[in-house]
Design a protein around this ligand. Structure first.
Ligand code: DHB
Ligand code: FE
Length: 280
């Protein structure tokens, strides 16, 4: 049977990818961030699963505002980095895992989560930046991926509780996957940030800390938050944090927090990362 070894939460700020791609990680602005990523990368080097399920959002790159499914699973063999306006990032293609992806689709549909399915989608910074955070710049990514895209762009969005429950159903689906493989799940986006409007640039360390604390100890508190709570307290794009609830829902009741990092500012965003090893 497949085994879920861990969850990671990480912001997915595009500037982090640009800093890596353009050799700027040693600059004063970026140094503290990349220093904080060292333990994350050390952990990932020692804990490479067969597959990473990466919960992300497309930023109206491959989807458009004319068409955005609530939850989409990628069942493709292979994915490319998307062109977000200045050419695709020069990162390796991402190998999919169609067998696990289709098992997730079938299992989630049977549990009444009506998933959209996509075989061919280019993946934007919401997906490629977390890979670079975990693995830096390898010639090939060390693990296959299953993309799980959540609509946090075009309202109405799924609730934070729905995301948590989806995660729980993913946990059950993993437990019933017959292959002996190891799996990790990543929630991406956040933490507090707002990119436009009067409150552009807002961040809220108190809210972010409570969210990270609850992720480990009291995930239902994060699941109970409304979109208004996120938007009021963590900025409009802070609502991306609902994707971390999918990650947490898939893990067991008890998790071990092995690393946490928080740094402001990274572009317009409070950068946060956490690694949770799955309990027995
Ligand atoms: C930024 C953060 C995001 O999550 C995003 O999708 C785009 C930009 C930022 O802080 O610049
Ligand atoms: Fe984003």
């Amino acid at each position: 049977m497949a085994r879920l070894i861990a969850g990671m939460g990480t912001s997915h700020v595009p500037g982090v990818g640009a800093a890596i791609d353009n050799g700027k990680t040693g600059e004063d602005y970026w140094k503290p961030l990349f220093k904080g990523l060292i333990p994350i990368r050390e952990w990932h080097a020692k804990n490479v699963p067969d597959v990473n399920i990466i919960v992300f959002n497309d930023h109206a790159t491959s989807y458009s505002l004319n068409s955005y499914a609530t939850f989409t699973i990628g069942v493709g063999e292979r994915y490319k980095a998307a062109d977000e306006g200045w050419g695709p990032r020069k990162v390796p293609d991402m190998e999919g895992h169609p067998e696990l992806a289709w098992h997730l689709v079938e299992s989630l549909m049977a549990e009444e989560f009506d998933m959209a399915v996509v075989a061919d989608i280019d993946l934007d910074h919401g997906f490629t930046v977390p890979l670079s955070i975990a693995y830096d710049q390898p010639a090939a990514w060390p693990a296959a991926v299953v993309p799980l895209c959540v609509n946090v762009i075009q309202h109405p969005l799924p609730t934070a509780m729905r995301c948590y429950k989806l995660g729980q159903a993913i946990g059950r689906a993993i437990a019933s996957f017959p292959e002996e493989i190891t799996i990790a799940i990543w929630g991406t986006g956040g933490l507090s940030h707002q990119l436009g409007g009067e409150r552009a640039g807002v961040v809220n360390p108190d809210f972010d800390k409570a969210f990270l604390d609850n992720l480990t100890q009291n995930p239902l508190a994060n699941a109970a938050l409304t979109h208004t709570d996120f938007i009021r307290d963590a900025g409009c794009e802070g609502v991306e944090m609902i994707m971390w609830n999918v990650m947490r829902g898939a893990l067991n009741n008890t998790v071990k927090e092995v690393y946490r990092f928080y740094h402001i500012p990274v572009s317009a965003t409070a950068y946060g990362a956490i690694i949770l090893e799955n309990g027995a």
